[in-house]
Design a binder for this molecule. Structure first.
Ligand code: URA
Length: 190
């Protein structure tokens, strides 16, 4: 992909000035990603910043973030800073709409390089847009979740988005089952 020679700091510096799509117009902060950048067991990839993330410049710090934090700490027994957390699009879509295909295409160049640099043991995509950005498969997340994929040699587990789980209690158990499959894969005790 593009940015092939860049390190993470340089990539973030370029992203922080990015004007490749319309999402730059209304953003307060570019939300690049954070966490363990040195071969973490897991890299979580969400959809895009919401209002809280746009205000703070950090991924998953709102309500969906609290659910993700609890899955990471209480569920998986890790600390949030042990994993890497980022999004497909780095700027908030207006009214939290789903990112458009051209926005995903432009911004996924950052995501691809990010993942190649940090070399996670497993990638967990949260929700449909993240799954689509990495696999290009236009099938609903309900069908795809729980089934391992391969992205450029990395194991990838698609699952539901935490915001979806907040609205649909029935999604909680499959979400947890998917995280348990990830835990087995990376050698975490259940
Ligand atoms: N939802 C996302 O997809 N990403 C965030 O960073 C926060 C909420």
């Amino acid at each position: 992909s593009s940015f092939a020679d860049l390190g993470l700091d340089e990539l973030q510096r370029i992203a922080s000035n990015c004007k490749a799509c319309r999402l730059c117009e209304q953003r307060n902060n570019v939300v690049f990603g954070e966490g363990n950048t040195n071969r973490p067991l897991v890299a979580f990839v969400g959809e895009g910043p919401g209002a809280d993330e746009d205000a703070q410049g950090r991924p998953f710090v709102g309500r969906a973030g609290q659910l993700l934090n609890s899955a990471i700490t209480k569920g998986m027994g890790l600390k949030r800073e042990d994993v890497y957390i980022c999004n497909v699009v780095k700027c908030r879509p207006p009214q939290n709409r789903a990112p458009l295909p051209d926005e995903i295409e432009k911004c996924s160049n950052y995501l691809f390089r990010q993942l190649e640099i940090i070399q996670p043991k497993v990638i967990v995509t949260l929700g449909q847009p993240a799954q689509f950005a990495l696999s290009g498969i236009e099938v609903g997340i309900t069908k795809l979740r729980g089934n391992w994929q391969n992205w450029r040699g990395f194991k990838l587990m698609p699952t539901f988005h935490p915001a979806y789980i907040l609205r649909n209690q029935a999604a909680k158990r499959p979400f947890w089952e998917d995280l348990q499959a990830v835990m087995s894969e990376v050698g975490l005790n259940k």
